[in-house]
Design a protein around this ligand. Structure first.
Ligand code: G4P
Length: 529
């Protein structure tokens, strides 16, 4: 007999690691795998760096050239009787829509900060998105083995910058650069760590009592004790309710490189992060975990494997049991969809997946008509809310360099639009001759140009456009807006009309002067545009 989906769901923890580039996301991912028994560090795992490790997560040439991970994959490993699903988010400097979509499939996130840098501005938006969505956030202050900032000061910065209250669960003994261990505030135990060669194996831990700690750690222990007394006084302690609401973030200190604090962090993911819960459908009705299979697509990726040109839709299971070969319904087209080619993706390696439960991610190969946000289900009809796209802030006009390649250009543009690599906007008069590519972060353009050139054989010219703000509008308002200066109206493939403004000031003035015009923000409440 197979277990009920709700029982399997209770064992699952599905989360993403988000960080600034270089804060240590890749290293931490590797160390999670090490502690999950899924990896021997150094054997070639998550990211190619300086040719030392082989690429698993990086599949595109562009990624390899830059040594960054642009696309995301899913890593699944067992840990303490649980099944951990780690969704990899793109590791580049820009905030991109891709990251946002991955977060839509996660039940929690681990935010990694570099102890010497704290919150860095480029990725602040990412953290704000988690905060705005109420996604439970666990904070890991990394690189404590290196000289860095003061722990209390870092906590203040988290509060001030993201508006989430950090609740230290562990507290470092020894200032940044002189890391001895952590006090686990849940029971007051001092956990002392020992380094291993190159951090290739788990860091041995020793529980040391206060008296011994005072005599052996001296000044470092005295400072930590004072700080702990201070924290107790201001009442900064972990509250599970506030964590689940995304308002307080249990905070851990450690060093991914030396494995200090990694086990405590992974334990926290299992012990504190929520397991998958019934997902709300479009009407706000929860679909019970034990209902028939259902899931939604949070990412579509084409041509991952040059050898077989294909298209993979990543689906997060929301209810029921998925088993390979089942024929499900694609809610948007009402068509049957055969799941014969279902895979799990571990880095670049694909393995056929036989079954999956709520919280798991399944890669559906050759999912031709399936788009980001779509729902698949068995038996009882369900449609999950789509994943809203972000208000683009960067715009560029695309033209094919060689008119003989126009067909390829058109195909490529449509494909990138469907995958959500960029948003494609068309002018009623120009259509596909000069579509506007719109993005949240400029890196999305690099990816689009690279793929159009290399994958579709359509080299393009991109000219930055002067618009900076987009608003959703309707046909009536569009007719009023079109003749005006400083604004133009373009359409998305789904027919949504977007008014593009050159300046925020002009938009505000127009909205004030003509309040009847339809000018709606694109993702209400999540982005400070
Ligand atoms: P990212 O994915 O967030 O971009 O960061 P990544 O893990 O690639 O780490 C960036 C750099 O920081 C790497 O150094 C890595 O070794 C280092 N690092 C990660 N965690 C720690 C830590 O806890 N302590 C210290 N001291 N360093 C850490 P690199 O020089 O760029 O690469 P490598 O050649 O050392 O691998």
């Amino acid at each position: 007999m197979t277990a009920a989906a709700s029982v399997e769901a209770a064992r699952r923890r599905t989360f993403a690691i988000i960080s600034h580039p270089d804060a240590g996301k890749t290293t931490l991912t590797e160390k999670f795998l090490l502690y999950g028994g899924a990896l021997t560090v150094g054997a070639g795992a998550v990211k190619a760096r300086g040719g030392r490790r082989s690429a698993t997560s990086d599949w595109m040439e562009l990624e390899q050239q830059r040594g960054i991970s642009i696309t995301s994959t899913v890593l699944q490993f067992p840990y303490r009787g649980h099944v951990v699903n780690l969704l990899d988010t793109p590791g580049h400097r820009d905030f991109s829509e891709d990251t946002y979509r991955v977060l839509a499939a996660a039940d929690a996130a681990v935010m990694v900060l570099d102890a010497a840098k704290g919150i860095e501005p480029q990725t602040l938006k990412l953290f704000e998105v988690c905060r705005a969505r109420g996604l439970p956030l666990i904070t890991f202050v990394n690189k404590w083995d290196r000289p860095g900032r003061d722990a209390l000061e870092l906590l203040d910065e988290i509060t001030a910058q993201i508006g989430v209250e950090p609740a230290p669960v562990t507290w470092p003994v020894g200032r940044a650069g002189d890391f001895r261990g952590v006090v686990d505030r849940r029971g007051g135990r001092f956990v002392r760590f020992t380094r291993t060669a190159r951090g290739a194996t788990e860091a041995p831990e020793e529980i040391v009592d206060a008296e011994r700690a005072a005599s052996e750690e001296g000044e470092a222990w005295a400072t930590a004790s004072d700080e702990l007394a201070l924290l107790a006084e201001v009442g900064q302690s972990f509250d599970p309710e506030l964590f689940r609401a995304g308002e307080a973030s249990p905070t851990f200190f450690g060093s991914a490189l030396t494995n200090f604090g990694v086990r405590l962090l992974l334990d926290a993911v299992v012990d504190l992060a929520p397991s998958p819960s019934p997902r709300l459908d479009e009407e706000g009705k929860p679909r019970p975990l034990d209902a028939a299979f259902s899931g939604f697509v949070f990412k579509v990726q084409a041509n991952m494997d040059r050898a077989h040109r294909d298209r993979v839709a990543y689906l997060r299971v929301c209810s029921g049991r998925f088993h390979r070969g089942m024929v499900v319904t694609h809610a948007q087209t009402h068509r049957p969809f055969a799941t014969k080619y279902a895979t799990s993706v571990f880095g670049q390696e694909r393995a056929t997946v036989e079954e999956a439960y709520p919280g798991d991610v399944v890669g559906l190969v050759n999912a031709a008509d399936v788009r980001v946000g779509d729902t698949l289900y068995l038996d009882e009809h369900v449609v999950y809310p789509g994943i809203p796209s972000f208000a683009p802030e960067h715009f560029a006009v695309a033209r094919v360099r060689d008119s003989g390649r126009f067909k390829q250009f058109r195909t490529g543009i449509a494909q990138l639009d469907e995958e959500g690599v960029v948003q494609v906007l068309r002018h009623p008069d120009l259509g596909d001759q000069a579509p506007v590519l719109a993005a949240v972060g400029p890196m999305q353009f690099d990816v689009a140009v690279h793929r159009l050139t290399n994958e579709f054989g359509a080299p393009v010219e991109l000219n930055p456009a002067s618009w900076s703000v987009a608003r959703r509008t309707d046909a009536l308002s569009a007719a009023v807006l079109r003749p005006m200066r400083g604004v133009d109206v373009y359409a998305r493939a789904d027919g949504t009309l977007l008014a593009l403004f050159e300046s925020r000031y002009w938009l505000d003035r127009l909205a004030a002067d003509q309040p009847d015009l339809t000018l709606e923000p694109l993702v209400a409440g999540t982005m400070a545009e």
